[in-house]
Write a protein that binds this ligand. Structure first.
Ligand code: OAD
Length: 242
């Protein structure tokens, strides 16, 4: 912890790379844990695909609406707040997230780079026209596009789809340039996003990982801080900047 805090204090350029674990303590289930309640019999990784949406748009739309409703009800936790604190202390910080929620923004982060899109930016699956997000209450059936009558899809990246080019380019660039990259609450299993910490490492940056469990990034990380993001990150920030 002391070594990591010292690196963070001295860094000029910082990347905070986050995954579902950073929102876990806000009550948003991660992708790889068993789903509960209504969706317990579905596997998240099988719903997050273009094939699943083509086969049953309402099912996939309904699942994302359930997640969106959970996000709307949730609040940022101490980890999101600590990320925004890092940005306040270090102007050269960029947040790169795989999360499709808006909890970083609501904690005060400036323009996080969303590698996997957003729950709040639906678009037509046929003609790609943007569609206004539905209200607070989830809608069960996928709406139809007024222009081409195709089903409207969530504005997220599914397995097998390309990441938004601009977001990926920016993430690679800031990882390449950073002195320190914090990788927080991600299993490091989903590529190309999982390359981002490796880019930082290969270009000489220090990699600090925060996760309660082992991940494939353990070996690449200079320091592994085992624990929950909402506990470990505020402690690290406190140590680095007070
Ligand atoms: P995963 O669900 O794969 O992994 C969540 C990670 O968070 C695991 O390594 C957990 O050990 C860790 N974790 C759980 N609770 C935590 C806590 N309180 N604090 C810190 N860490 C905690 O989520 P991602 O790595 O984000 O992509 O998954 C990457 C991508 O795969 C997602 O963006 C999504 C997914 O399927 C697409 O949908 C394309």
């Amino acid at each position: 912890m002391d070594e990591a805090a010292e690196w963070l204090r001295q860094a000029r350029r910082v990347v905070v790379f986050t995954g579902a674990g950073v929102s876990a303590e806000s009550g948003i289930p991660t992708f790889r844990e068993a789903q509960t309640g209504l969706w317990a019999r579905y596997d998240a990784q099988q719903l997050a695909t273009p094939e699943a949406f083509a086969a049953d748009p309402d099912l996939v739309w309904g699942w994302y609406e359930w997640r969106r409703a959970a996000v709307v009800r949730a609040s940022p936790n101490a980890a999101h707040v600590a990320v925004a604190d890092i940005e306040r202390h270090k102007a050269g910080t960029t947040v790169v997230t795989q999360n499709v929620d808006d909890l970083h923004e609501r904690a005060g982060s400036r323009e996080p780079v969303h590698l996997h899109g957003s729950l709040f930016a639906p678009r037509c699956a046929g003609c790609h026209a943007a569609f206004a997000p539905p209200g607070e209450l989830p809608t069960e059936a996928a709406p139809r596009c007024e222009l081409c009558a195709s089903p409207v899809r969530p504005g997220v990246v599914w397995f097998g789809e390309a990441l938004p080019a601009e977001a990926l380019e920016r993430a690679v660039q800031v990882a390449y340039e950073c002195d320190v990259l914090l990788t927080i609450g991600t299993s490091g299993l989903v590529y190309p996003a999982a390359e981002i910490p490796l880019v930082a490492k290969r270009s000489g940056g220090k990699v600090i990982q925060i996760n309660p469990a082992a991940t494939p990034l353990d070996e690449e990380s200079d320091v592994n801080l085992r624990g929950k993001a909402a506990e470990v990150l505020p402690a690290l920030v406190e140590r680095a900047f007070s």
